[in-house]
Ligand binder design. Structure first.
Ligand SMILES: Nc1ncnc2c1ncn2[C@@H]1O[C@H](COP(=O)(O)OP(=O)(O)OP(=O)(O)O)[C@@H](O)[C@H]1O
Ligand SMILES: [Mg+2]
Length: 253
């Protein structure tokens, strides 16, 4: 693979970003100006420079974007004479292929691998919106909270806000805004039920892997030795939980 092919069609600033692979690099450029293209080329560049393909993790926000990046990088590497082995979405083999996925799908992977460290069995289920509403209603009923006083959607919003601020139920009082005590009670009951039923909600897919890595150095070590190069597309859209999860994943030099 040669470097001219990798940066073919890119301008100088893009090429500079592609080749900036030591330390942290932030790319800021206008809409449609070729930021995602930089990420795929950078992945090819790293591999050309001898990086183990599986040491590259690229995160995106939508499945569509992840799929598109996967296709782009495969095509680019193929053109450059490097045929990546096919790694199915559920595979936990991280040796031979770069991983381009969403934050949530990374979360699923991490929980399947390490969830038991935080009390989540491997065979957990992910709640959809309806299941989540049902679960909140059950909690409200048990706590004698009239759904007319607190609509389930308010409770769901509160729980989601807490989780995006990395607050488990026991810490939910630390949330910036003032909420009635019943919000905290519902979160506690909801959390207990999720645990008892081996279910997680969407926000748990970020929060729980974060907690795994925060509290379990051995899991952190595995991840930090596995992914040596981490890229985030659409970085401006990252929330606190996603930011802290990424921060846990890479080794601070
Ligand atoms: N230097 C370049 N010259 C010409 N075309 C380019 C260049 N860099 C990228 N492109 C093309 O521009 C289009 C948009 O690129 P890309 O999707 O990477 O942009 P982006 O900055 O990620 O966009 P968005 O803001 O929508 O995320 C693609 O078709 C890509 O091939
Ligand atoms: Mg883009």
């Amino acid at each position: 693979m040669n470097h001219t092919q990798i940066s073919h069609g890119l301008n100088n600033r893009q090429t500079e970003a592609v080749k900036s692979v030591f330390g942290e690099t932030l790319v800021i450029a206008g809409a449609g100006s070729g930021k995602t293209a930089v990420l795929t080329r950078r992945c090819a560049y790293l591999i050309a420079e001898g990086a183990r393909p599986g040491s590259i993790l690229s995160l995106t926000f939508t499945n569509k974007a992840a799929l598109e990046m996967n296709q782009r990088i495969r095509k680019l590497l193929f053109e450059l004479g490097y045929d990546l082995p096919f790694v199915p979405a559920w595979s936990l083999d991280y040796a031979n292929s770069p991983l381009f996925c969403t934050f949530h799908s990374l979360g699923v992977r991490l929980l399947r691998e390490f969830g038991d460290l935080v009390g989540i069995p491997k065979a957990f289920t992910i709640l959809d919106k309806d299941d989540q509403t049902k679960l909140v209603k059950t909690c409200q009923k048990e706590l004698n909270i009239d759904p007319k006083v607190m609509a389930p959607s308010y409770a769901i919003h509160f729980i989601s806000q807490c989780k995006q601020d990395l607050l488990v139920a026991a810490d939910s009082h630390k949330i910036a805004q003032d909420y009635l005590p019943i919000f905290h009670q519902v979160y506690k009951a909801y959390e207990a039920k999720c645990r008892a039923n081996a279910v997680v909600d969407f926000d748990d897919l970020i929060l729980q892997p974060y907690l795994v890595l925060r509290h379990h150095p051995e899991a952190r070590r595995v991840c930090q030795n596995r992914w040596l190069h981490i890229q985030v597309d659409e970085f401006q859209d990252i929330n606190l939980a996603q930011f802290e999860l990424v921060a846990m994943l890479y080794k601070k030099m």
